[in-house]
Design a protein around this ligand. Structure first.
Ligand SMILES: Cc1cc2nc3c(=O)[nH]c(=O)nc-3n(C[C@H](O)[C@H](O)[C@H](O)COP(=O)(O)OP(=O)(O)OC[C@H]3O[C@@H](n4cnc5c(N)ncnc54)[C@H](O)[C@@H]3O)c2cc1C
Length: 317
């Protein structure tokens, strides 16, 4: 509300423009709106699964709840800080409520389980799942599994795909889901291999886990990212209204591409995308931010923020 109404600077001799017209402001705020929708849909899914099926896999539920709690509360904390700065000095006034929101939400990253500790729980559960999958396999299944991974790698790392910068490809759910799954599976497999090698070589499991601790957190985050994207896509499929579908699809694309952009170091290090594809993704994220800015008021109205809070934002612009 503040960003759409606050005006600052503008072309010489022309009226000042809304700060939401600045690309930096769009890039700050629009991915956070997309994240809010993404995590909300994922939480709804978790709640539905938990309450609708008494025979749910308790360990899987716990791992998902722990990981989602970590990523979404970190996102909340970052969002409040970014929004505070996006309101400039006015954001520092108590009337804008950021102090209350910060005080209320900050501790969520620690209580009910510190986020770093919770993500390790998620990662260990994924490793157990991986071991169970492998434990059940005979040599023929294992061979098939390894060759399926090898062929996935070969097709996904095909230079034509790693360098494809076309919008159709970048906005295709197949590409987005493959990119998320690849990061998750690659991290899970390489962790499992490294751990089993260390333990086979005589290292005790506590020390082995310590040595890969940073990677555990990355792998758990990649797992949660994949689930969040899948739930976003599933929620869009459930919509009947065409315009709702369209706007949610743009938001989903922004969520997914922005997440890839945030992890571009990983994708570049693993040759999953070329430098030019990484640049094309940055450009497309900015384009989506600009397009979605037109809908930002409606997207935020849907949060049903109490009127007295939005009115305060308008009072200070
Ligand atoms: C306002 C508030 C309300 C609370 N309410 C409750 C309640 O109702 N019931 C209840 O039981 N508890 C409650 N707690 C306690 C809360 O659950 C703990 O504070 C939380 O689990 C973190 O534990 P800690 O404070 O001992 O931090 P520590 O465990 O000392 O963590 C400190 C830092 O070390 C890091 N760290 C710790 N262990 C590891 C590890 N294994 N690997 C990597 N890094 C690690 C953490 O990431 C963190 O950054 C509450 C806490 C607060 C602040």
């Amino acid at each position: 509300y503040f960003a759409l109404n606050r005006k600052q600077f503008g072309p010489p001799g022309e009226p000042e423009q809304s700060i939401m017209d600045y690309p930096t402001h769009q890039k700050k705020l629009m991915p956070l709106i997309a994240n809010a929708y993404a995590y909300d849909f994922a939480h709804n899914h978790l709640l539905r699964e938990y309450t609708s099926d008494a025979n749910h896999d308790a360990q899987e539920m716990e791992a998902l709840a722990a990981g989602l709690k970590a990523l979404s509360t970190w996102n909340t904390t970052a969002t409040i800080q970014t929004c505070r700065e996006a309101c400039g000095g006015k954001g520092y006034l108590s009337e804008m409520y950021f102090d209350l929101l910060k005080a209320d939400s900050d501790i969520f990253t620690t209580f009910e389980g510190d986020n770093t500790v919770l993500l390790q729980l998620t990662a260990k559960s994924r490793l157990t799942y991986f071991r169970k999958q492998f434990g059940k396999m005979d040599w023929w299944d294992t061979l098939k599994y390894i060759s399926s991974i090898a062929s996935t790698n070969l097709s996904e790392l095909n230079p034509l795909i790693t360098r494809d910068t076309s919008e159709d490809h970048l906005l295709d759910d197949d590409f987005l889901l493959s990119a998320f799954s690849y990061r998750e599976e690659y991290s899970l497999r390489s962790l499992a291999m490294r751990l089993s090698k260390k333990i086979k070589n005589g290292m005790d499991s506590y020390e082995a886990f310590l040595q890969v601790q940073v990677h555990l957190i990355d792998m758990a985050s990649a797992y949660i990212d994949r689930i969040v994207l899948e739930r976003f896509i599933a929620t869009i499929d459930e919509q009947e209204n065409k315009s709702v579908k369209e706007i949610l699809t743009s938001l989903k694309n922004l969520y997914a591409l922005h997440r890839i952009e945030e992890n571009k170091g990983w994708y570049l290090e693993h040759d999953y995308i070329s430098g030019s594809k990484s640049l094309a993704i940055n450009k497309l994220v900015q384009k989506l931010c600009k397009e979605l800015k037109e809908e930002s008021q409606h997207l935020v109205d849907a949060f049903d923020i109490p009127k007295h809070m939005t009115e305060t934002a308008l009072k200070f612009y």
